[in-house]
Design a protein around this ligand. Sequence first.
Ligand code: C2O
Ligand code: CU
Length: 574
Amino acid sequence: DCPHISDMCARPHCVPADGGLRGILTVNRMMPGPSIQVCEHDTLRVRVHNKMENSEGTAIHWHGILQQGSPYMDGVSMVTQCPIPAHSTFTYVFNASTPGTHFWHAHSGLQRADGLYGHLVIRQPPGREAHRGFYDLDLPEHVIVVNDWWHRDSPSSFAQHHHGDGDNKPSSVLINGKGFFKGLYNPKTGLNITTPREVFRVTPGKRYRFRVASNGILNCPLMISVDNHSLEIIATDGQPVQPLEVAAFNIFAGERYDFVLTANQSVGTYLLRVQGLLDCGPRFKDAQQTAILVYDGAEFNSSFTTPAPTIIGKILNPINSRESPTEIPVSQLRAMVEDDPALTRTPDRTIVVAMDFKVIDNPRFHNPVLYSTRDFVIGNRQLQTPQMNDISNTLPSSPPLSQYKDLLQSMTCNNDTVTSDCSVEFCECVHLYKLRLDDVVEVILVDQGHIWDANHPTHLHGHGFRVVAMDKLASSIYAKNVTDLDARGEIIRNLHNAPIKDTVTVPDGGYTILRFHANNPGIWFFHCHVEYHVEIGMGLLFQVGEPEDFPPVPPRFPTCGSWEPEPEIPHVTD
Ligand code: C2O
Ligand code: CU
């Protein structure tokens, strides 16, 4: 009673990317990898064979799936599992219990930036969905994953990142792995390289649900609009919201938005635009992409293009600006579900997490192979490293959830336990906060904004949270300013119908306040979803409950140093 689409390669062209030559990683020789679309409460079984020839380990994360009772399947390398070694196999098995628009991606090193990602949609039978929202959402759908892209592999551009003089800005954007990049020539023929763009077909008069996920890699929010059409936002991060009509919305790395588009314009061809902002914006390489929306009956021309019209109307999820009548912060979306301990109970615990870059000589960058001297010492300036509360998170050498739980007692640190002054010294550890099971936790995320224009879309594993407050302050701030403002009663929280999300940005030089009910025992990563930021330490772990509260480790769950071949599972067909 709910549509299954097994789309191993339904797209007519499994051609990667925008024509720029570079190395990529693929799943089943596709990029994005297979589109996984199942029904709520299906058991999802994904067998991952790591065939990477460079011997890297990997792990696959199901971004947005809460993994209630199945923390071992969260797919975070060195947190929930040992990475799957090269030439080995691991099977993820979990209940698809979190309906909505999600995506999957490698959660190991920089692999998701190089192509290891894909759609993940958990549908509800039409009747059941109706009770969640006030819509009949039995609409035809289009599923989209977008990301910023550049024309070399991520390890080499990572080495250049965070330095003003390196070529570290993305040049392009992909829509479902496709796009057209102008100015690329085939050196042999001298001709323009043309690659197909994504095409969405619509029937005049009908409504369509578009499910958009961002596998954003760098500090590049993407602005999405469709020429001549308004977009009716109906969900974010898989959670339905009261419909909001907008002209465009910004999507940050790791976020998802569902919108309804009514094909009510004259029969023709229109462009769906994805415009890169900040590090992808016009100040740098103006990374952008279009897909083609074709009405049935219109003449289709694959090279169709037209100048971008000015956007008139509301823009959801603005960057770096205070609320204006046309800019709607995401905290102003209204959830459909109100009954939630995260809103009705007084928080048992408040944690302030201040995010910024610190100019510091990070010993991790003293690898002369990856980082030239110039990279970390520019004149007297040293490398800027993104951190949380001045601590660089480092992942343990074996996953504390499934192996070496004693590590939870010893090797971790946080603001309450460090003894050195991390505002002057470099502090690095397994950054972990223990939360009591069933506590309501408030997290005050502060962007200290000492470096303007950096955004930190922050993602929580294992729990959805309510975004109860969000604002930008006038200039760069310290966490203490926000705490003082709060003490003076100047921060207003929406404890009524605050939206439920799992990824949210923090306005540059501002704050975002989240509340969640820590009801899912396990160890959950909480991190900036900008790939290079988390890679060098902008993250921390929440341990929810004591190890005794964790569900039992699944039988034969591999540990680091003990991989055994998996028994063959007979292939199942419907
Ligand atoms: Cu999209 Cu920690 O992940
Ligand atoms: Cu960040």
